[in-house]
Write a protein that binds this ligand. Structure first.
Ligand code: BJW
Ligand code: ZN
Length: 253
């Protein structure tokens, strides 16, 4: 059976649907992924630009890296994959949860309403002193931006390696994974925890771990978790997700 057709069948029968997206969903918008050979980490040491220690050592370098990414985001628009997820949200309303590891704001720009951003946002800063959170446009923030309230150094509101995920957002994602009948992993290599663990939480739900959700992966290619998912749909998500929506609307439930 065609994988998209089969995915649509599972979704049609589901009451609750939870989605975890990663960088792949934004690749067709021109946002580089992390782990591809020409990816975002290329030319950068992860320890230098994506850890709290790296920021303490050289905040200049870290702000240069993030200001450049914020600047590039100005030219970027959502792609058909983002819009397809808006359609899925419309279909399931409050029985749908979109969890993303992305920090690019493209799901919201496409029109998704309730996005749980696990790894923060390029649109926000956090004060290293008073913790004040602030939303910005993509205007340049300067080499070492300072807090308007206490004049201490601002940092990007991004979750770096070895940092805790925002508690309330994680709680929402965890509950949605536990409650869903179908869990979609879209455009993620599923190697970064705890986000990648959400699929296992969905799979092991139920008092005896026996009411597991159906896990469906949408990716360009097979990943580290492909042999533990129930179904894989391989191809660009900007193509496969709109096809899924088309399939769902062909036989409305
Ligand atoms: C397409 C496509 C198309 C392409 N269509 N598909 C050892 C040392 C330190 C930490 C750890 C350690 N061991 C374990 C840890 C924990 C660590 C972790 O999981 N590490 C693993 C890598 C091993 N996790 C953490 O540190 C987390 N915190 C934590 O655990 O705290 C407790 C703790 C305390 C003390 C010590 C240890 C733990 C926090 C994780 C935060 C991750 N943040 C990042 C960087 C943000 C900075 C930034 O944005 O600049 O978030 S990492 C990076 O990876 C980013 C992403 O959100 C995340 C996930 O990547 P994603 O989205 O999956 O992208 P890719 O590139 O990997 O994959 C893209 C996929 O798309 C591919 O599969 C393509 O095929 C596909 N694709 N085009 C469909 N068109
Ligand atoms: Zn402050």
């Amino acid at each position: 059976m065609d994988a998209i057709f089969e995915a649509a069948e599972h979704i049609r029968q589901a009451r609750y649907v939870t989605v975890l997206t990663g960088a792949g969903v934004s690749a067709e918008s021109g946002v580089p992924t992390f782990r591809a050979s020409d990816g975002l980490w290329e030319g950068h040491h992860i320890e230098d630009v994506a850890t709290p220690e790296g920021f303490r050592r050289n905040p200049h370098l870290v702000w240069e890296f993030y200001n450049e990414r914020r600047n590039k985001l100005k030219q970027v628009r959502p792609n058909p994959g983002h819009y397809a997820l808006v359609e899925l949200e419309k279909r399931f309303a409050e029985r749908f949860t979109l969890v993303t590891q992305n920090v690019d704001g493209l799901h919201q720009q496409a029109g998704s309403n309730t996005v749980a951003e696990l790894h923060g946002s390029l649109y926000r800063t956090r004060c290293t002193g008073c913790k004040d959170l602030r939303i910005h446009d993509l205007e340049p923030l300067g080499e070492l931006p300072k807090c308007q309230k206490c004049d201490r150094l601002l940092r990007p509101d991004i979750v770096w390696f070895r940092e805790e995920l925002p508690k309330e957002v994680w709680q929402r994602a965890y509950l949605a994974a536990q409650a869903c009948d179908v869990f979609l992993l879209i455009g993620t290599s599923a190697v970064v925890y705890p986000a990648a663990g959400l699929a296992q939480i969905a799979r092991n739900r139920g008092p005896a771990g026996d009411e597991g959700a159906t896990i469906i992966e949408f990716n360009l290619e097979e990943t580290a978790v492909s042999n533990s998912v129930d179904l894989g749909v391989y191809g660009p998500s900007g193509v496969t997700l709109p096809k899924l929506i088309e399939q769902l609307s062909m036989n409305p439930s």
